[in-house]
Design a protein around this ligand. Structure first.
Ligand SMILES: Cc1cc2nc3c(=O)[nH]c(=O)nc-3n(C[C@H](O)[C@H](O)[C@H](O)COP(=O)(O)OP(=O)(O)OC[C@H]3O[C@@H](n4cnc5c(N)ncnc54)[C@H](O)[C@@H]3O)c2cc1C
Length: 310
């Protein structure tokens, strides 16, 4: 997609094949048109910094009520804390190296639900950089984060159970918490003040996907006559996300089945376009038809009547 060209040029590896699996089946997607890219934050940020030019950058803490700096446009990405009880995507990942050649370097694993589901929706995410080196991440969609030791045990158990690895070297680790809720409207201080990124509603509530949407928001902003920053999601996507999140909140044990059903109905390209907010109407229809009717009808009614949990 045009807004991701700069980022994809900097990516460290991409995969045209990815999988989503549970105890019963494995869904394999292939897309030569929309591969899945891994991007190092360090490479990306140095490239961005090199392009800043005369744009001022404020790394120091600015209080919420601080006066705006002198500038024609002030792009504000200071995040707000998630609402109490909001669903969070929280994760810890470890990049590991092992002596045995156990990974398939051509296939990324986006969601593997062959994990303990007792704390809520939980999956392992794995990016195999080579047959011996991979990023392995334990991810939850729940309302509370967990002690570091829980994610660590998830990762070691997964590597042991699925790949038969009990020994590995840790190269680096990463962790994050991303809110899965519709962004709250923020009031600009004046016309120069534009909210961008998560603060500007760019994070897709149902998946926590942020990076691609932030690039789209900034690409659209740069081509807008008034440099307006708008949330990069369609009204239909936001509505579908609210119903989906309400179902996840109310019927957590259904979670893995919903993701498997959705992925199972789509081709790799349809899936990539849906996750990137570029789905055709026929793809949205396929997803709606793949979902269980009763919980989705009840959640749709909750959203319409303003009683939703999303
Ligand atoms: C380890 C990790 C892996 C991730 N992987 C993915 C992924 O694979 N795909 C994906 O789409 N997303 C991913 N994300 C999420 C994505 O990186 C974030 O959602 C995204 O960075 C949000 O961008 P942002 O600019 O809105 O906010 P941030 O990147 O959080 O930037 C906000 C900035 O504001 C600064 N700031 C905060 N308060 C103040 C203040 N008072 N004054 C001045 N500055 C302030 C912060 O220091 C920060 O630099 C990941 C996140 C993490 C942490």
């Amino acid at each position: 997609m045009p807004h991701l060209e700069a980022a994809s040029k900097l990516s460290t590896k991409h995969w045209q094949r990815w999988q989503i699996c549970d105890h019963k089946s494995t869904i394999t997607h292939i897309s030569a048109q929309h591969p899945y890219h891994a991007l190092s934050a360090q490479n990306w940020l140095s490239d961005c910094r090199a392009q800043l030019g005369d744009i001022a950058h404020y790394p120091q803490k600015l209080p919420e009520d601080a006066a705006l700096p002198e500038a024609d446009i002030v792009a504000d990405s200071r995040p707000k804390a998630p609402s109490k009880g909001a669903l969070l995507q929280h994760f810890l990942g470890i990049e590991i190296k092992t002596d045995k050649a156990v990974f398939d370097p051509d296939t990324a694993i986006l969601m593997d639900f062959r994990t303990d589901q007792s704390r809520g929706i939980h999956f392992l995410y794995m990016l195999p950089f080579t047959d011996r080196r991979a990023l392995v991440e334990s991810t939850y969609f729940t309302t509370e984060t967990l002690p570091e030791s829980v994610y660590e045990t998830d990762i070691t158990t997964y590597l042991n159970d699925i790949f038969g690895i009990s020994e590995f070297t840790e190269i680096r680790r990463e962790a994050g918490v991303i809110p899965m809720e519709s962004a709250k409207e923020r009031t600009p201080i004046d016309k120069r003040h534009k909210f961008i990124g998560g603060a500007g509603g760019a994070i897709r509530p149902s998946s926590g996907y942020a990076f691609g949407f932030i690039q789209k928001q900034i690409f659209d902003m740069s081509t807008d006559h008034n440099l307006e920053a708008r949330p990069p999601h369609s009204a239909v996507d936001i509505w579908m996300d609210r119903v989906f999140l309400d179902v996840l909140h109310r019927y957590q044990p259904l979670g893995p089945n919903l993701f498997m059903a959705m992925a199972g109905r789509l081709t790799g390209t349809e899936f990539a376009r849906f996750m990137s907010g570029q789905a055709k109407f026929t793809t949205l229809l396929k997803i709606i038809l793949a979902m269980p009717k009763m919980p989705f009808s009840l959640s749709a009614l909750s959203v319409i009547s303003g009683r939703s949990k999303s």
